[in-house]
Design a protein around this ligand. Structure first.
Ligand code: PEP
Length: 264
């Protein structure tokens, strides 16, 4: 039997919710998703981290941030460092395609963010994914492998080695917020390609133990197609993650998959 990876569902609330309504929403989602064998993470906006952390006290739902700055501290007006997040979050998303698009984040910058997170004891969730024209041109795998390699090379160059809690979320850009999803088979092929790249950097054992999530218009209806692929270990969920009933459906499917994997 191979290594047992955790099944993980992560809510990315993006620029939604307020400090006042985020806590009650997090509590509702925690209740709706209280299933066995599934790691749950909620990533609210920065200003809602503290109320969400308070609302989730006494549950095993983890709190994550959606971004972090690549420098440890200094004259970076309006930015948030990893050490500021320590104590508030246990996870942080880096390299989301909306930040690559809007803030022009490079793979090297994203790698530097992972270094800062590791220093602060925060688990990194690295996002990667191809554009539609890259998929249509047949270069999706090559594109995603290059993204992962370039970011993780920076981590290796720091002398840290890859963090054992690293999670990679494969999110085809054309599937985010569009209602379109990749096929389960395409997502699984990409998860294998990501692990092959990581194996080349940190060894096959590390890559085999590393969770790979799918993201891109995941709903309670579509999640089964992904989690039924043995190479996929869960989802990063945007739009549907603001809806407790959707999250309940996703968590129920995740729990079935986790039970199946544990018994396999
Ligand atoms: C995301 O924010 O990472 C995401 C996948 O969004 P959505 O589920 O809305 O496509």
């Amino acid at each position: 039997m191979g290594v047992m990876r955790p099944v993980i569902i992560t809510a990315n609330w993006k620029m939604n919710t307020s400090p006042a309504d985020a806590g009650p929403l997090a509590a509702d989602i925690a209740k709706a998703t209280d299933v066995a064998g599934v790691t749950r993470i909620i990533c609210p906006p920065y200003v809602a981290l503290a109320p969400v952390k308070d609302a989730l006290a006494g549950t095993d739902v983890a709190v994550g941030a959606q971004n972090v700055h690549a420098e440890a501290k200094g004259a970076y007006t309006g930015e948030i460092s990893a050490s500021m997040l320590a104590g508030l979050v246990s996870w942080c998303i880096v390299g989301h395609s909306e930040r690559r698009r809007d803030q022009f984040e490079s793979d090297a910058l994203i790698g530097a963010k992972i270094v800062r997170l590791v220093e602060a004891g925060i688990s990194p969730m690295l996002c990667c994914g191809e554009q539609l024209d890259e998929r249509e041109a047949g270069s999706a795998v090559e594109t995603v492998q290059a993204q992962v390699r370039a970011a993780l090379d920076v981590v290796m160059a720091s002398g840290q080695g890859l963090p054992s809690d690293l999670v990679i979320a494969y999110e085809p850009v054309w599937a985010i917020g569009t209602g379109r999803t990749a096929s389960g088979a395409d997502a699984a092929e990409m998860a294998d390609a990501i692990r092959a790249t990581v194996a080349g950097i940190a060894g096959a054992e590390f890559a085999e133990a590393m969770p790979v999530l799918y993201g891109g218009s995941v709903t309670a209806d579509s999640f089964g197609e992904f989690i039924n692929e043995p190479a996929i270990d869960g989802a990063l969920i945007g739009g549907a993650s603001l809806k407790p009933d959707q999250m309940a459906g996703i968590a129920a499917t995740a729990a079935e998959a986790a039970a199946g994997r544990a018994g396999a």
